[in-house]
Design a protein around this ligand. Sequence first.
Ligand SMILES: NC(=O)c1ccc[n+]([C@@H]2O[C@H](COP(=O)([O-])OP(=O)(O)OC[C@H]3O[C@@H](n4cnc5c(N)ncnc54)[C@H](O)[C@@H]3O)[C@@H](O)[C@H]2O)c1
Ligand SMILES: O=C(O)CC[C@@H](O)C(=O)O
Length: 539
Amino acid sequence: MARVLIADKLESSGVELLQAAGIEVDNRPGLKGDELKAAIQAADAVICRSQPKLSAEYFDNPGKMRAVARAGVGVDNIDVAAATRKGVVVMNTPGGNTVSAAEHTIALLLALSRRIPAADATMKAGGWDRNKFVGTEVAGKVLGVVGLGRIGREVARRAKGLDMKVIALDQFVTAAKVAELGYESAASLDELLPRVDYLTLHVPGGAETKSMVGARELGLMKKTARVLNVARGGIIDEKALADALAAGTIAGAGVDVFSVEPIAADNPLAKAPNIVITPHLGASTLEAQENVAVEAAQLIKDFLLSGQVANAVNMAAVNPAELAEVRPYVDLARRLGLLQAQVAQGAIRKASLTYRGELAGQKTKLLTAAFTAGMLEYRLSEGVNLVNADVLARDRGIEIAESSSPKKGDFAALLHTEVETEAGTTVASGTLFGDQYVRLVQLGPFRMEGYLDGVLLVFRHHDVPGLIGFVGTIFGKHKVNIAQMTVGRTSPGGEAIGILNLDNWPSDEAVAEVKAHPQISSVTVVKLPAAGELPAWLG
Ligand SMILES: NC(=O)c1ccc[n+]([C@@H]2O[C@H](COP(=O)([O-])OP(=O)(O)OC[C@H]3O[C@@H](n4cnc5c(N)ncnc54)[C@H](O)[C@@H]3O)[C@@H](O)[C@H]2O)c1
Ligand SMILES: O=C(O)CC[C@@H](O)C(=O)O
């Protein structure tokens, strides 16, 4: 009989669904350390919410355990890479708690505007003060929504119902889509912040969004503005927010999520003025818990009884033998996607891939999925992989097109990619040298032979003598080693591009010094995986 460990508090409907299917349920929320390890090893699958933290040590020896279902969206409490390495499928239930998280955001927005928690506390202490708690109306005010995914969209819709004006910012939702939804769009956070009366964040947690709103960003906002975070702790820098609240440069904050949970005793937000805080309650409604419990139980039941996998965040779509054959090209495609996502300006509308020469018609669906996964992987809360990349792109209004041409050009096999945004089209082409060395051979109109790994500094310039030396001197001064370099130009003395592979991330000062050269028109720093480093779904 299959056995499932329920390692978190889960609504009984989920437990009953499993039991009705003849699955043994080990319902022990709150286990930790060795007890949790032993329970995991004795189970075929695990269901959890945001507790416990399933770090790599729990996957070192997972015993017979083959699947984890997260009853909720964020899988940031599960070491997905470690799970993948051990062949454990990780699934989640996006959508089940969307409405609850959106409603909690609106609840915080109104509680903050009408100072309800503070007024309530005063009355319960015997007070009656009608002057101290004068609030503000939300009708007619501007709400900036950062992250127009599932929850962001539900918040925006509700805010419209409150007669608020919504301005949205999402790197993966085009201005046309935002307009179709009935909102104005902002091109950048810097453009959005001075305009809003309320700011609400609905982006995934993780390194890419950590401290995306810090002291500088708070400084761009009106003194009367209020900020909300029901997404993940640390997306707003907690100290910067506490300082701004104390200084009165921000009027208020509503926060449901914290960088350390349960909240640390010395968290500056705990005692900040004009803040409403809740202990990660966004998904804590009967309905959301019922939804995610039933969805998670159904995922595990289908997996254990019929081998079906849905909502997987880490599963490759091909069998291991097939993957081994094309792995270097899959790696190339993903790296081109990662590069395009960082050099293309603005929201991506369309990606077109052309497979030339020997690549024509060869597992192109798989390579296109790898390119798409690369293009999305730094941005989304779900883990992107070969299985879900295409659907996640399409959900965000990004069209993916592919074509093949057997005609060989300069290379025996070439992957040519074009990414279209509101700002224009960026071109990047790559190939393999010696069947395994990944190379960039075209960026924009320029031909080159570049490496696609580590930190790249891409600079467009006018081809004048001394310029490469100028850039080299700046990095020498800032102690950043240049490991490789390639240049491409349309004609001698014409437009050119330089790509430096740097040994570490350059400081803002070094980049600003390069940008200051009158013959350099743009500088972009790009982060790619180290040479040979493969994503969990390809490793
Ligand atoms: N407080 C809670 O209890 C609770 C409940 C559910 C979800 N969440 C959290 O809410 C967040 C949103 O969840 P969702 O289901 O809407 O996710 P989602 O993936 O549907 O939406 C995230 C959106 O953010 C956009 N995005 C990513 N990086 C961005 C950036 N730098 N700038 C602008 N936009 C960016 C993406 O394009 C995407 O559209 C997640 O962090 C999730 O973990 C919290
Ligand atoms: O389990 C919870 O209550 C929180 C869930 C929420 O943060 C999520 O990411 O789905």
